[in-house]
Design a protein around this ligand. Sequence first.
Ligand SMILES: Cc1cc2nc3c(=O)[nH]c(=O)nc-3n(C[C@H](O)[C@H](O)[C@H](O)COP(=O)(O)O)c2cc1C
Length: 170
Amino acid sequence: MKVLVTYITRTGNTKKVAEAIYDEIDEQKEMKPLDEVNSLDGYDLTFIGFPINQLYPPEKAQKFLNNQTSGRDSALFMTHGVPEGTGLILDWISTAKEMASGANIIDIFNCQGKVARKVLDILQNSDDPEMRAFANMCVLAKEQPDRIRLQKAREFARSIVSQKKGYIAP
Ligand SMILES: Cc1cc2nc3c(=O)[nH]c(=O)nc-3n(C[C@H](O)[C@H](O)[C@H](O)COP(=O)(O)O)c2cc1C
């Protein structure tokens, strides 16, 4: 089995999760930034990671999920500034699933990632109370993804590979 781990990252958090996933895979494997992936031909399983920026996956991730994942066994992972369990995350998971609607999505992992100082400053100084409230949710992310999150990402990787091995296409 050949596994690809691919990701988009702006400030490095999603890359850390990608590395944890990649490390845990004992199969034949490759890791590449999403920009360098033209096709999923030749891969049996792909982990696709991205951050949430302004309430959506970055446009490049959206396009990739829409155009490249049809018929592919895939697992998604995303990082975001809001704490795990925040309701909005369910919307982001649904959006990603819709974008990759032709893929076989085995599962989706998500965890908090620290928010760039510049972005926090802008949000905290905003006139909009919603933006300030959002900043307060993100402040707690300053150590993320921490050792515990990265360990969860490793467990996710193991679970996906074993599900793939046991997965029999209908
Ligand atoms: C421009 C910008 C917009 C962001 N928008 C959101 C957002 O809408 N929701 C959220 O939870 N986090 C948001 N974040 C926080 C990032 O999702 C989080 O820091 C993520 O871990 C960044 O991943 P990366 O380091 O791989 O780029 C934003 C960060 C940036 C820089």
